[in-house]
Each structure stands twice: as C-alpha cells, then as structure tokens.
Design a protein around this ligand. Structure first.
Ligand code: ADP
Ligand code: MG
Ligand code: MG
Length: 293
C-alpha cells in the first residue's frame, strides 16, 4: 500500500472547513515519487469528525473503491496515517463544475459562465450514464452538485465525492446532501434524529441532476431569488402549486427542449421523475452527444 512519503506536494486543489473554520478535508495535487504520476490526494482529519461522519467516511472509502465506470472518478487506494484518512484519487485537471460556472473578473466581481447547450447535454448525458451504473449497483450518491462533478483534461465528466453515499435496496430516511440540490421528499427532517418525514429512494439523485442541469444552462441554481427583476420561484411556492412552472432568467436564452428535460427531472412527485435511462434517450441529450463528438 501507499503512505504519505510516497508522494510530493504540487499544489492545493480544494478544502472543506468545519463550522469552526478548521480544515476537515484537504485535497492536494501530488506527484508519486516512484512513477512521476500526478494524483489527487484527499486527506480527511478524523479527529474533527463526529461518530456519524466517521461511519460515513468508512462507507465513502469502501463504496467508492468498488466503483468502476468511465464517468466516475477512480479511487485507486487509501491509507491511514497520523489521524488522517487519505484517499488516492484520479486527478481531474479542469477542476469542478462550480469553478467553471462561477468565476471572478479582475475587479473581483462575480463572472457567470453558463455552458453552451451542447456541452450541458454532453455533461448531463455522462452524469446519467454514471447514475445508471450506480442504480445497477444499488448505490445512491446523495450529494450531486456542481462542486462534486469534475472535468478531466480532455473534457470528460467524472462524478466524485462519495462522502454521502449509501448502498441500499430499501427506502431510506436519513437526511443527507446539500439544501439547494435536495429533493422535496428529503427536505423535512427532524434536527435531532436526522430522519426525514418521508422515506425516499435513489430518485433523490435524479432531482439533483435536474438542479445541476438547470444550473449548467443559466449559471444559477433554480428556486433561489435573484437580486434582479428576474425573481425565480421560491421552492416552497413551486412545490405548493401543482401548476407552477419553473422560471428562467431572460438571458441566456434556454431552448424549449432543454427546459422540457429539466421539468421531467424537477418533479416534486418522485414517482414522476424520469430515470437516468430515460434521460439518455431524451432527444436533447442525444443531440448533445452527436454534436459533442
Ligand atoms: P468534500 O467531501 O470535503 O466535499 P471533495 O471530495 O468534494 O471533498 O473535494 C473537495 C474539492 O476539491 C472538490 O469540490 C474539487 O474542487 C476538489 N477536488 C477533489 N477531488 C479532486 C480531483 N480528483 N481532482 C481535482 N480536484 C479535486
Ligand atoms: Mg464535495
Ligand atoms: Mg464529501
């Protein structure tokens, strides 16, 4: 197996802080000394985790290591050293989708960079392939969002961060994930027990895929109020009204075909939400695949 000494530091790639500002997770680019290969090393400081997060970390390593798919980031190996759990990961040279969508100009002002539709269709088609594989493996990712989807040097998309993942064949009830991407059936949870009011299935991932698709198209998550006149629906308004239509900003202009696919994923009723297989046969996605290659 590997140890810390087998690698030399090149640069930082990402970090996650605790509520108190301590670095819980540090991801760095490292060069394997023996081979010269570049890898991403994810280090998790176990002393900063509660028992629940420690259990989940074990699950992250065990499940992620078994996954093999062209659109899932490879976990090559792992080791434990000086209170830290290390994961040796495939390096995604273009970073995460959040960094592609949201940037800053020279004055530090926010710069929004939505994807063109061909790229968005290719990305979501790739993600749907990864989720179709997860479905067959009974793996629920539960934290699909722009920060957890990475892009390789050649533009290939890879799903990453299996830190909220479960393997399950039964309905589940534990709260997990990130609020802005969270399926409606997951949203109401007891703060103490962390049990959701309703049970849910793997189709929570398909809702999050819909949020990400919308975000790729407009560089803004749905259901948040914009600070402009183009106020988007609040999620509660959207869920309360069965006839509510999802609002889009005026610019960039999104095609009807793309909007139709978003609306098939952002269905409040999980039974109505379309599966990754149905996403892959969507004409807008297929057009993206044809044009994108
Ligand atoms: P966490 O579980 O703390 O969210 P992630 O695994 O999502 O940690 O990694 C945090 C960030 O580090 C990602 O959002 C991404 O920007 C960067 N990152 C993680 N893994 C890689 C990788 N293999 N290649 C490039 N960047 C990465
Ligand atoms: Mg993450
Ligand atoms: Mg995580």
């Amino acid at each position: 197996g590997w140890c810390r000494h087998d690698f030399e530091y090149v640069k930082e790639l990402g970090r996650t802080l605790t509520r108190h500002g301590e670095p819980k997770v540090l991801v760095t680019l490292q060069r394997e000394k023996r081979t010269g290969h570049l890898i991403a090393l994810k280090a998790v400081d176990v002393s900063l985790l509660n028992w629940r997060d420690q259990d989940q970390l074990e699950r992250e390593v065990a499940i992620h290591q078994q996954l093999r798919h062209p659109h899932i980031l490879r976990l090559y190996g792992h080791f434990f050293e000086e209170g830290k759990q290390y994961m040796v990961l495939e390096y995604a040279q273009q970073g995460d989708l959040f960094g592609q969508l949201y940037d800053q100009d020279d004055n530090g002002d926010e710069l929004l960079r939505p994807c063109d539709e061909v790229t968005a269709a290719r990305y979501i088609g790739s993600l749907a392939q990864a989720l179709q594989y997860c479905l067959a493996e009974s793996v629920w990712h539960r934290d699909i969002k722009a920060e957890n989807v990475l892009v390789m040097e050649d533009g290939t998309l890879k799903l990453a961060d299996f830190g909220a993942t479960r393997r399950s064949r039964a309905r589940r009830q534990t709260y997990a994930g990130t609020a802005q991407y969270m399926a409606p059936e997951m949203r109401n949870a007891d703060s103490e027990t962390r049990l959701t009011a309703e049970t849910y299935t793997e189709s929570v991932d398909w809702w999050s895929m819909g949020v990400l698709l919308y975000e790729l198209l407009v560089a803004h998550v749905p259901f948040a109020i914009l600070k402009t006149d183009n106020a988007l629906n609040n999620i509660n308004d959207f869920l309360a009204d069965p006839d509510a239509v999802l609002l889009y900003p005026d610019s960039p202009r999104v095609s009807d075909a793309a909007k139709r696919l978003v609306s098939k994923l952002l269905r409040a009723d999980p039974e109505q939400r379309i599966s990754p297989a149905a996403v892959l046969s969507d004409p807008w996605i297929q057009q993206g695949f044809l044009d994108g290659h």
